[in-house]
Design a protein around this ligand. Structure first.
Ligand code: PMP
Length: 427
C-alpha cells in the first residue's frame, strides 16, 4: 500500500484532532482518500512518512517561493535562535524588516507585523473602519481573507471546497456589514455603493484571486475599484497574502500598477514561519495603537526567529531580480505543455495563470472569471487528476478551488516529471 504509514497516522490523528488536521483543506475531504503525512522537505520536494518524494506545487500554500529548507534561511534562523526564542520587547530586527518592506512595496510608509494572514486582514478592516468611521466592507464571492468572522461570507479556499462558505457561529450582526459582489463585476460594486451611501469603509480584494483557483482580474477591474473607492472616500485593501513578494517584490500593486490604501501580507513574508503583516501610508497607520485609537496587539508579533527567516527570505528574493522571471517562465512552460497534452487527449481544460500562480480547470467554458464559473467546472475529474498526480509523486492542492504555487526550486527535471504524469492521465 502506497500510503500505509500515512493511513495509520491519520487514523490516530482523527482521535485527537478534529478531522485529523489543523486546517480543513489538508484532510482530502473533497478529493477523498488519505492525507499524506509529511516528514521533511528540501528544495522542490516533500517526503512523506512512507518514504515517497513528491514534486511540491503547494509549497506550504505559497510561502516556500525559494524552495524548501533553503540553507541560507536555515543557517540564519538557527543562529538567531541561539539568542533566544521570544522577548516580547522591541528588537532591531523588526525595524530592519519594516525598512525593507516599505522600501520595496509601493504606497506604504509603515508596517505592523502579525502572526498570520487572517490576523493581517482582520486588523486591516478594523483599521479601515476606524479610519473612515464607517462599518461596512465589500468583499468578493470566492475570495478568502482568513477565517475571521467578517470574511466567512461566501468565502473561498477550504470554505468553498467543503460547501460551507457561510460558517455557523458568525452572528447576523457581523454578517450584515459584509457586502458581497461577484469578482470581475464592477457594476455589482457600483450598485452596492449606491445602496449603502457613506456606509462603506473599504473594499477588500485578492487583486489576483487564488482561493477559488487562480482568477486573473479583467483589464479595468482593479482600476475600477480604485475609482469607486476614490469617489466614495472608501479605502481599497489589497489582500496580498498570496501575491505579495510573489507577483513582484512590490506585489500586485507593482505588477499591475494599481495603488491600494492598505495592503496585507502573509505566506512569503515569513519564509515558512507564522508571519503576517498589514501596511499603509503613515496617515492611515497612525490611527493604530499606541499612536491612535484603533487597537491591535500580539504576544508573539515580530517574533525574532520568524523575523529572521522572513527577512533572510525577502533579502534573497530582493537581491535576485531574475527570480520572478524564472518562476514565471517555469509556470508558463508548465501551463503551455500541460494544455498541449490535454488537447491531444481531447480532455477539455481551461488554465488561468499570472506569474507563478496557475490553476487547471476541467471545463468546456472558454473563460473562468468568477466563483460561479469555477463551481461549474468538472470537479470530479479534478479529483481524479489530483489522485493520479499524487500516485505519480506530484503534489498539487487537494481541491479544484486552489492554486498551484511554483517555487524557484522547480527546474526542468521536476517539470518533466510533472508532464510525464499528466501524459498518463486518462481523464
Ligand atoms: N488571505 C489570502 C489571500 C489567503 O490566501 C489566506 C490563506 N490562504 C489568508 C488571507 C489567510 O492567511 P492565514 O491562513 O495565514 O491565516
Amino acid at each position: 500500500m502506497l500510503y500505509q504509514r500515512s493511513s495509520a497516522l491519520f487514523k490516530d490523528a482523527q482521535e485527537y484532532i478534529p478531522g485529523g488536521v489543523n486546517s480543513p483543506v489538508r484532510a482530502f475531504k473533497s478529493v477523498g482518500g488519505t492525507p499524506i503525512f509529511i516528514k521533511k522537505a528540501e528544495g522542490a520536494y516533500i517526503y512523506d512518512e512512507d518514504g515517497r518524494a513528491y514534486v511540491d506545487y503547494i509549497n506550504s500554500w505559497g510561502p516556500m517561493i525559494i524552495g524548501h529548507t533553503d540553507p541560507r534561511v536555515l543557517n540564519a534562523t538557527v543562529e538567531q535562535m541561539k539568542n533566544g526564542f521570544s522577548f516580547g520587547t522591541p528588537t532591531e530586527l523588526e525595524t530592519e524588516i519594516a525598512k525593507l518592506i516599505t522600501s520595496v512595496v509601493p504606497n506604504i510608509d509603515m508596517v505592523r507585523m502579525v502572526n498570520s494572514g487572517t490576523e493581517a486582514c482582520m486588523s486591516a478592516i478594523r483599521l479601515a473602519r476606524g479610519y473612515t468611521n464607517r462599518d461596512k466592507i465589500v468583499k468578493f464571492e470566492g475570495c478568502y481573507h482568513g477565517h475571521s468572522d467578517s470574511f466567512l461570507i461566501k468565502a473561498g479556499s477550504g470554505a468553498a471546497t467543503f460547501g460551507n462558505p457561510n460558517s455557523p457561529g458568525v452572528t447576523q450582526g457581523t454578517a450584515k456589514d459584509t457586502l458581497l459582489a461577484e469578482y470581475n463585476n464592477l457594476d455589482a460594486v457600483k450598485e452596492l455603493f449606491e445602496q449603502n451611501k457613506d456606509q462603506i469603509a473599504a473594499i477588500i480584494v485578492e487583486p489576483i484571486a487564488g482561493n477559488m483557483g487562480c482568477i486573473v482580474p479583467d483589464k479595468g477591474f482593479l482600476e475600477g475599484l480604485r475609482t469607486i473607492c476614490d469617489a466614495h472616500n472608501a479605502l481599497l485593501i489589497f489582500d496580498e497574502v498570496m501575491t505579495g513578494f510573489r507577483q513582484a517584490m512590490g506585489g500586485t500593486q507593482e505588477r499591475l500598477n494599481i495603488k491600494a490604501d492598505i495592503v496585507t501580507f502573509g505566506k512569503v513574508i515569513g519564509g515558512g514561519f507564522p508571519v503576517g503583516a498589514f501596511a499603509a501610508r503613515k496617515e492611515i497607520m497612525s490611527h493604530l495603537a499606541p499612536l491612535g485609537p484603533v487597537y491591535q496587539a500580539g504576544t508573539l508579533s515580530g517574533n525574532p526567529i520568524a523575523m529572521r527567516a522572513g527577512l533572510t527570505t525577502l533579502n534573497i528574493i530582493n537581491n535576485d531580480r531574475e527570480l520572478f522571471n524564472r518562476i514565471d517562465k517555469a509556470t508558463e512552460i508548465l501551463d503551455t505543455e500541460m494544455t498541449k497534452i490535454f488537447k491531444e487527449k481531447g480532455i477539455p481544460v481551461h488554465t488561468n495563470r499570472l506569474g507563478s500562480m496557475l490553476s487547471v480547470f476541467f471545463t468546456e467554458q472558454d473563460q473562468i472569471r468568477n466563483f460561479t464559473d469555477v463551481t461549474n467546472c468538472n470537479h470530479e475529474r479534478f479529483n481524479k487528476f489530483f489522485h493520479h498526480l499524487l500516485t505519480n509523486e506530484v503534489y498539487i492542492a487537494p481541491s479544484g478551488y486552489e492554486t498551484w504555487f511554483i517555487s524557484d526550486a522547480i527546474k526542468d527535471a521536476e517539470i518533466n516529471k510533472t508532464l510525464e504524469a499528466v501524459r498518463s492521465f486518462e481523464g
